[in-house]
Design a protein around this ligand. Sequence first.
Ligand code: ADP
Ligand code: MG
Length: 308
Amino acid sequence: MKRFLCLSIIVCIFLSCAGCQTQYQETFFAMDTVVQVQVWGRDGQEAVRQFKSLMQNMEDVWSAVDETSVLSAYNRAEVELTQSQKTFLDQVQQLSKRTDGAFDPLLGGIVALWGFYDDDYKIPESAAIQNAPRLWDLGAVVKGYAGQLAVDMLESMQVERAVLNIGGNIQTYGNKTDNTPWQIGIQNPAGGDPVGVISVMGTASIVTSGDYQRYFEEDGVRYHHIIDPETGFPADSGLSSVTVVCRDGMTADALSTALFVMGLEEAVEFWRKSDDFEAVFILKSGQIYATQGVCLTDCAFEVIPRED
Ligand code: ADP
Ligand code: MG
């Protein structure tokens, strides 16, 4: 069985920051992924330190992979959660409801069967999928949530601006000195240079879910890590990636996963009923679609209008 584990950074960030003040940056490994942080401002160094500690805490509490995490113990019914932890899970459930279950935070039993926790990949029997226990797995939201918590933290500090790259989840904070937008490249699912560039002003979360991020192949078929809750199999929606741009990191993360499961048509319908995000879709064919509010450049794409 061929194995692939793609922990690569999903996007390239093009930062032009004329005349900016002191910049602090660090790259480290947390929450099973590579994290890059760049912060400008007087409290930059302290912000990086606190952000690292925040990431460590997120991993200790919410990892589904680490058997010693609070979430794993909660899945085994060994611990009670604190009030704020329960509130967080309530918010997660709300997002699941909003997506009509396409984002499903209780797929842990199924994700484990596929071997995505221990990299011992295998195609499960359908009976095993049907009987899999409903266990919490917050892999689809926790990086976005971390970005959101980081923004709350940065707001309380002397920080001018920051960019966080949490395993491809990009969180921008503040404006550049020359007031030009942050420019974020969208990874080409087929590899190579980014396929396009998204521009955003100020604080925003830009999150991509794709079938190339974590997968294995067997008999020429790719089995990736985004599961369709209706089948228990990797979502086969015709999409290769979905990028969501949203003010709120956790929403961006949950929706990128959910829209991937839904597929283009259903996702567009969902977007038309919403007013808090924009999205870029890359089909398996390579064709690119962008909702009308996205500022996308450097690629050919079709605009999805608000009205049908
Ligand atoms: P990534 O973590 O690579 O950025 P996602 O945000 O799309 O990608 O999250 C995928 C992870 O979320 C999977 O590794 C799995 O743990 C979990 N997951 C898979 N399918 C779903 C789903 N339909 N709803 C919620 N979580 C999911
Ligand atoms: Mg997600």
